[in-house]
Ligand binder design. Structure first.
Ligand code: ZN
Length: 499
C-alpha cells in the first residue's frame, strides 16, 4: 500500500463490505416486524447476535483504523474524500471506544427497560419504572465518558443522531418557536372556526392500502426498488435500491394509514435518492435524523395536507355508503383540524412541536443535573399545562407515554421538531422558485418538487453537518420563523383568526 488512491479504494471496499452486512441485519429487523412467525423469535435472536458480532468485528478492525490514519496524514484528498474519511472515523471511534462489556450491559438493560416501561405504562406506575431510568442515565453518562464527552453527555447523544448538533444551538431556536406557537395554539382553541370531525373517506383495509400505494407511487416512490407492508408501528428501513416502508390501520380513522404512508414515503424518497454507488460512505448516506424528518414531514404536511394535493386526490377517495367523494375543500379542512391532545403521536401540525419542546427541556435539564428522575412526573405535568394547555391526569398520559427513554434513546426527540423547522425553511425557498407548485399538485404532478429535493438535499448525502446543509441550500441559518409564518398563515385562514 503506497499511493493515496490505493489506500482510499481499499478503505471504500472495506466500508462497502461493512455496509452490506449492516443492511442484512437491518433486513432481518424489517422481517422481525413484518413476517416473523412467533415461534421463530429465539432462532432469530441467535442469527442477530452472530451477525452483530461479525458487523462489530469489521467496524472495529484495527486495519480500518490504520488505513484512515494513513490517509489523513498522507494528505492530497479531495473535499469529498475528506468527508468520507471523517465520517468513517466517527463510526470507527464509536465501534472501538465502547468496551464490549459495556455494549452488552446496555443492550441487556434496554431490553429490560422496554418490558418495565410497557408494564409501568399499563399500570400508570412511574415509581416502578424510575430505577430503570436512573440506570439508563448512568449508562448514558458512562457512554459519553468513553467517547470523550464526559462534560457534555447530552450533546454526545444529539451528535449521534445529527452530527454537530448541541443543546446550546437548539435552545434559542426552540424558545423562539414556543414563544410564537403557544399563542397561536391558544388562539385556534378559542376560535369559532373549528370544523366537525371528518366522515370516513375510505372503506376497507384493502381499499386503504390500495389508496396508500397509489398516492405514494404518484409522489414518486419507486416500487421497483421498494415495498409497502403492514406492521404494528409504521417505519421505513433500507436504502438505495431496497427501501421498505410499513403502515398500520387505525379503527375509525381511515386517513391515518394514508398519512403514515406519506410520512414513511418521505423517508423512503430520501433513501431512494441517495447515490447507490456511494453506499456505505458519507456521500451516499443521509444527513442525519433532523434532515430525514424534514423530508418525511414535508411530504406529509406541506404537500399531503395542502389544497393542491387534495384537488387531485379528493375525487379519487371512495367513501363507504352514499354521498360520493368529498370536495377538495372538505378533505382539506378535515385533515387540518387542530385539537390539543396530551399524546404526542396524536398531535396536529401546530401543537406537535410543543410536545417536542417539552421533551427537549426535560432531557437537557436531566443531563445538566437540574432535575432528578423522581421530579419528572410533576415537571412534565407543569410544562404540559404551560405549553400545551392540558394537564395529564395519569402518568400514562404524561411522562410514561413514549417508548424512547425505555431503551436509553436520549437526544432523539429534537430531530422531529428541527425536521419541521428545516422543512418550512426549505419550503419557503421552494415556493420562491416555483410559485405555482399547488397547480403542479392539482394535476397530480410532483416531479418538480422531487427533482429539486434530489438535487439539493438527497445528492448532498452527508457531506455537511445538517445545519450547514440548511444554510447552504437556503442561504440563511436555520430559524423558526419560516415555520411560524407557514403555520400562522395556513391556520389563521382556516380558523379565521384576527391578524
Ligand atoms: Zn419519521
Amino acid at each position: 500500500m503506497s499511493s493515496t488512491e490505493t489506500l482510499y479504494s481499499d478503505l471504500i471496499a472495506r466500508l462497502r463490505r461493512l455496509q452490506a452486512l449492516e443492511s442484512v441485519a437491518e433486513l432481518l429487523g424489517w422481517d422481525d416486524q413484518v413476517n416473523l412467525p412467533p415461534g421463530a423469535a429465539g432462532q432469530r435472536a441467535e442469527q442477530q447476535a452472530v451477525l452483530a458480532g461479525t458487523v462489530h468485528g469489521l467496524a472495529a478492525d484495527p486495519v480500518l483504523g490504520e488505513r484512515m490514519a494513513a490517509l489523513t496524514s498522507a494528505g492530497g484528498l479531495s473535499s469529498d474524500q475528506r468527508a468520507v474519511v471523517a465520517e468513517a472515523g466517527r463510526d470507527f471511534e464509536r465501534a472501538t471506544k465502547l468496551p464490549a462489556d459495556f455494549v452488552r450491559e446496555k443492550a441487556a438493560h434496554s431490553s429490560r427497560g422496554y418490558h418495565a416501561w410497557a408494564k409501568a405504562r399499563a399500570d400508570s406506575d412511574f415509581a416502578g419504572y424510575a430505577p430503570i431510568l436512573e440506570t439508563h442515565l448512568e449508562l448514558a453518562r458512562r457512554e459519553a465518558a468513553y467517547l470523550g464527552q464526559a462534560d457534555n453527555p447530552y450533546d454526545c447523544f444529539l451528535d449521534l443522531h445529527d452530527p454537530g448538533l448541541t443543546a446550546a444551538a437548539i435552545e434559542p431556536l426552540f424558545a423562539e418557536l414556543a414563544a410564537g406557537l403557544v399563542p397561536l395554539a391558544r388562539a385556534i382553541a378559542g376560535s369559532a372556526g373549528a370544523d366537525a370531525p371528518p366522515r370516513a373517506f375510505l372503506g376497507s383495509h384493502e381499499e386503504q392500502k390500495e389508496f396508500c400505494r397509489d398516492v405514494t407511487a404518484r409522489i414518486g416512490f419507486d416500487y421497483n426498488r421498494g415495498r409497502l407492508d403492514l406492521s404494528l408501528h409504521p417505519f421505513c428501513s433500507g436504502s438505495g435500491d431496497d427501501v421498505r416502508m410499513t403502515i398500520r390501520f387505525t379503527a375509525g380513522d381511515p386517513l391515518s394509514s394514508l398519512y403514515s404512508a406519506v410520512h414513511e414515503a418521505g423517508h423512503g424518497l430520501y433513501e431512494q435518492g441517495l447515490a447507490p454507488e456511494r453506499r456505505g460512505t458519507a456521500l451516499g448516506r443521509n444527513a442525519g435524523m433532523a434532515v430525514h424528518e424534514s423530508q418525511s414531514r414535508m411530504w406529509e404536511n406541506f404537500v399531503g395536507r395542502s389544497r393542491g394535493f387534495w384537488r387531485f386526490f379528493a375525487p379519487r377517495l371512495r367513501p363507504p355508503g352514499p354521498g360520493g367523494p368529498p370536495s377538495a375543500e372538505e378533505a382539506y379542512r378535515a385533515v387540518n383540524r387542530v385539537k390539543p391532545t396530551l399524546i404526542r403521536v396524536e398531535a396536529d401540525e401546530v401543537t406537535y412541536n410543543l410536545h417536542i419542546i417539552l421533551r427537549f427541556e426535560i432531557e437537557s435539564r436531566l443531563f445538566r443535573g437540574e432535575l432528578a428522575v423522581a421530579d419528572l412526573p410533576a415537571v412534565w405535568n407543569e410544562r404540559s399545562a404551560a405549553l400545551i394547555g392540558l394537564t395529564p391526569s395519569t402518568d400514562r398520559e404524561g411522562v410514561l407515554q413514549d417508548v424512547h427513554w425505555s431503551g436509553g434513546a436520549f437526544g432523539y426527540f429534537p430531530s422531529y421538531c428541527l425536521g419541521n423547522m428545516i422543512a418550512a425553511q426549505l419550503w419557503e425557498k421552494i415556493e420562491g422558485l416555483r410559485p405555482d407548485l399547488a397547480e403542479d399538485f392539482a394535476r397530480g404532478d410532483f416531479r418538480w418538487l422531487l427533482q429539486w429535493l434530489r438535487e439539493n438535499i438527497h445528492a448532498a448525502g452527508r457531506r455537511h453537518p445538517p445545519l450547514e446543509l440548511v444554510r447552504r441550500v437556503t442561504g440563511r441559518p436555520l430559524s423558526p420563523q419560516p415555520l411560524l409564518r407557514y403555520l400562522g398563515k395556513k391556520y389563521g385562514e382556516l380558523y379565521r383568526l384576527a391578524r
